[in-house]
Design a protein around this ligand. Structure first.
Ligand code: C2E
Ligand code: MG
Ligand code: MG
Ligand code: MG
Length: 279
């Protein structure tokens, strides 16, 4: 972990105290201690395969149990971690914890779980990222195929050539790659053409109002056809209602994640849901 090395630099380029909201500053200052004090935890949200209805894996989503603020959302501290470089040790902790969890689940008889882990741009700028990922996976004694790294197009904003090389090395290692949040921001079809992807994740914004919005439905339907023709699996995120689910089923989307099945839950709760659901 490079936590100690990064610590000083993060303080040096902090913007002046007046510009930054107080809570953000307090969070920034307590991030490092939080990792040392074990205040981070991973929640897991089931990924359900449409054809079988079975849970085949989970997405790992980080939570911060802050002693003063309570459960802090990743939306509030991941941007800070990215700005300060803390995402490097934190990202390693996330992958390590997810891999150990897969191992633990294997021991419990939950075999072949596919766990998705979110990655930040800065992690891909690390020289030894592929080696680090390989080491964490082999230390846990799991197969690289059990890990799916979720990326967004933002990882290409800095040094796209290097990033693409890293992605090909990861593909050779055997880990799967999925493009997250497709349909938001600057999502472009050219990414589907150039990245060695396994899965396309359609963002929640794609299916909210899909029931009443015919054009949205046609785009959704067509994107699934495009993805399938490119040999990609399609996962829809943020599914909340039966109506949404039936449209998703109709258009042959491969898998879903959403509150309709379960929100992200602690690992122990996930195992209960899994055993109950896949019985
Ligand atoms: P994401 O990767 O797109 O994760 C999906 C988000 O949608 C999660 O929010 C999840 O709780 C939420 N969600 C799932 N199903 C539903 C639903 O049916 N309805 C609604 N309204 N929301 C749903 P969460 O856990 O707050 O995470 C937010 C974002 O924070 C993630 O978006 C991801 O970009 C980032 N994040 C989370 N954990 C990590 C991590 O370990 N590393 C990095 N770099 N980023 C992370
Ligand atoms: Mg994700
Ligand atoms: Mg997403
Ligand atoms: Mg996201």
């Amino acid at each position: 972990y490079v936590a100690k090395k990064e610590r000083n630099t993060s303080k040096m380029y902090s913007p002046s105290m007046n510009d930054v909201p107080k809570k953000e500053l307090m969070l920034e200052n307590s991030l490092y201690k939080a990792l040392e004090h074990g205040q981070f935890t991973l929640f897991y949200q089931p990924k359900i395969e449409m054809t079988t209805g079975r849970i085949y894996g989970a997405e790992a989503l980080i939570r911060w149990k802050h002693p003063e603020f309570g459960m802090v959302s990743p939306l509030d501290f991941i941007p800070i971690a990215e700005k300060t470089g803390f995402i490097i040790p934190l990202g390693e902790w996330v992958l390590h914890t997810a891999c150990q969890q897969i191992r633990e689940w294997e021991r419990m008889g939950m075999t072949g779980m596919s766990v998705s882990v979110n990655m930040s741009m800065l992690q891909f700028q690390q020289k030894h990222i592929v080696h680090t990922i390989e080491r964490i996976i082999s230390d846990a004694g799991i197969r690289p195929q059990q890990i799916e790294l979720e990326i967004t197009e933002s990882i290409f904003m800095d040094n796209a050539v290097h990033t693409l090389k890293v992605l090909h090395e990861l593909q050779n290692l055997g880990v799967k790659l999925s493009l997250d949040d497709f349909g938001t921001g600057y999502s472009s079809l050219s990414y589907l053409q150039n990245i060695p992807l396994h899965t396309l994740k359609l963002d929640k914004s794609f299916i909210s109002d899909i029931v009443s919005d015919f054009k949205k439905q046609m785009i959704f339907k067509s994107l699934i056809v495009i993805a399938h023709n490119l040999n990609l699996k399609v996962v829809t995120e943020g599914v909340e209602t039966q109506e949404e689910l039936s449209i998703i089923r109709e258009h042959k989307c491969d898998a879903v994640q959403g509150y309709i099945y379960s929100p992200p839950v602690p690992a122990a709760r996930f195992a209960e849901i899994y055993l109950e659901h896949n019985r």
